[in-house]
Design a protein around this ligand. Structure first.
Ligand SMILES: [Fe+2]
Length: 245
């Protein structure tokens, strides 16, 4: 989880170059998701509550998605996390204007605050000035839905090619699995089995967004990823090593 409370990895530096629940429960989840997202099958409650271009407040978002979250969190496999994150994202993209909470500067040009915590997830609100980087870092115990709010940022996700050893002192090979320009309303997902390293570089107008993080494993420190030279012939593969924070 990107608990930005312990954000030694949120260093400010120059950007890198180049940058089964039971059947009844399942249907209940789908019905609830449809109700909140406006998909076919939406409930009368949803249809009457808002026009399509209106959005959730943070409080409405949390209240609406919490029952579904608690059910989907029972499956913590890769696929279960995908179901959870995609469902959470479907609710998150319905957020309207999100208020900027009281925040603190972690590093020059990088501020964080919180719109909600701690259950069933934290909603961390980050703000980056132009060109500021959040260095690539592994998520080892909390999966994440990132939602862009303002500006734009270049986001990259990585995985180790071999099974990850977060305590390794040796070099290893990573694959950059996602390269994305995160704009307002875009989402980026961190599953603890896939895309579990992410990093950000703010665009020319800066950027802000939410990291909606759900802790599903025992907490531990998350290492930074130092990305080295590209591997010839590899598909977005690079030599890399961990730097413990
Ligand atoms: Fe993170």
């Amino acid at each position: 989880m990107l608990d930005h409370d312990d954000l030694p990895f949120a260093e400010t530096r120059s950007p890198l170059p180049g940058l089964l629940v039971c059947r009844r429960g399942l249907f209940a989840s789908v019905a609830a998701a449809c109700a909140a997202t406006g998909l076919p099958g939406a409930s009368p409650h949803w249809q009457e509550r808002r026009a399509p271009d209106d959005g959730f407040t943070i409080e409405e978002f949390v209240r609406s998605v919490t029952p579904v979250c608690k059910e989907l969190l029972a499956d913590r496999s890769q696929r279960g996390q995908d179901r959870y994150l995609l469902t959470l994202a479907a609710f998150a993209v319905r957020l309207a204007t999100v208020p900027v909470p009281e925040s603190r500067e972690v590093k020059p040009g990088h501020r964080i605050g919180s719109n909600h915590d701690p259950e069933p997830f934290t909603v961390l609100h980050w703000q980056l000035e132009r060109g500021i980087e959040i260095a690539p870092h592994a998520h080892t115990y909390g999966n994440v839905v990132t939602l862009g709010l303002t500006g734009s940022a270049l986001v990259a996700n990585y995985e180790t090619v071999a099974p990850p050893d977060f305590d390794s002192q040796e070099d290893f090979v990573v694959q950059r699995t996602v390269e994305q320009v995160l704009r307002p309303g875009d989402v980026n997902l961190v599953n603890l089995e896939r895309h579990y390293v992410h990093g950000f570089v703010a665009g020319p107008d800066g950027a802000s967004g939410l990291d909606i993080t759900t802790r599903i494993r025992e907490r531990r420190r998350a290492p930074l990823l130092e990305v080295g030279e590209a591997i010839e012939g590899g598909l977005r593969q690079f030599r890399a090593r961990w730097r413990q924070s």
